[in-house]
Design a protein around this ligand. Structure first.
Ligand SMILES: C[S@@+](CC[C@H](N)C(=O)[O-])C[C@H]1O[C@@H](n2cnc3c(N)ncnc32)[C@H](O)[C@@H]1O
Length: 231
């Protein structure tokens, strides 16, 4: 087990809440929001009101892609985590409009959520779409795809569960390969060091569109937690 790094993967971005986002955070939070306690593991069956396979979406941004996935996949529950409050407000507005029932959101550090509040073997899939790239070398330790985070995810995923990564930064795509491929608990579903052939099985996201406008190439990777290593 790697030593768990403590470096934060985010800095809180400034950004004003629109009136709609403010209203959503006040009025829609009771329906969709999870108030994560300081201590203790969450009762996911209680929070979703049923037992179902669960997908964790880390850093969902404005939440539009997350809501689209939840609406299209009513048999699974979607748990989104995002620290940027305007994004959370926007996500709640989308969730209200789409009338999704299988979505809950938390606005805490995803690393802390996974480490302290999610039970072992509680996730069928984890999505990390367009994580903050932290391009400068001295900031690479802030990247969320790290061996120590893989340790946590390997404990929270069910055997055969998937880890879907996407990035529009060529250097981060290589970093993801260099980080996950040597980890024998995870198997690349497309073969060694292979990216998913486009189009990937997910909606386009806001940051993806931003990257494409800048001429960036998008890379997706899907790993499966090997059953034998799932403990
Ligand atoms: C580059 S954006 C991508 C957003 C979205 N997935 C998309 O593709 O449009 C990365 C997001 O991850 C969030 N984030 C970064 N580290 C996080 C953490 N530890 N916990 C929760 N959210 C995090 C940031 O606030 C930011 O909104």
């Amino acid at each position: 087990m790697s030593q768990l790094r403590l470096t934060r993967t985010f800095v809180r971005r400034k950004g004003r809440l629109t009136q709609g986002q403010q209203r959503a955070l006040e009025q829609l939070w009771p329906g969709f929001g999870i108030d994560v306690p300081e201590q203790g593991v969450l009762d996911l069956d209680g929070l979703f009101g049923r037992t179902a396979p669960r997908v964790l979406d880390i850093g969902f941004g404005d939440g539009e892609a997350l809501v689209e996935m939840a609406a299209a996949d009513p048999g699974r529950d979607y748990l989104g985590v995002e620290v940027h409050r305007p994004g959370v407000g926007h996500c709640l507005l989308c969730a209200e409009q789409a009338q999704v029932e299988n979505l809950r959101v938390a606005t805490v550090d995803a690393v802390e959520l996974v480490r302290h509040h999610l039970p072992p073997r509680s996730l069928a899939a984890v999505h990390i779409f367009f994580p903050d790239p932290w391009p400068k070398k001295r900031h690479h330790k802030r990247r969320i795809v790290q061996p120590a985070f893989l340790d946590l995810l390997a404990e929270r995923l069910v055997p055969g569960g998937t880890l879907h990564l996407a990035t529009d930064w060529a250097d981060y795509a290589e970093w993801m390969l260099d980080t996950v491929e040597p980890d024998e608990r995870f198997e690349n579903t497309c073969g060694p060091r292979a990216f998913i052939p486009p189009p990937p099985p997910r909606p386009q996201t806001k940051f993806e569109r931003r990257g494409l406008r800048k001429g960036h190439q998008v890379h997706d990777l899907i790993y499966r937690l090997r059953p034998a290593d799932a403990g």
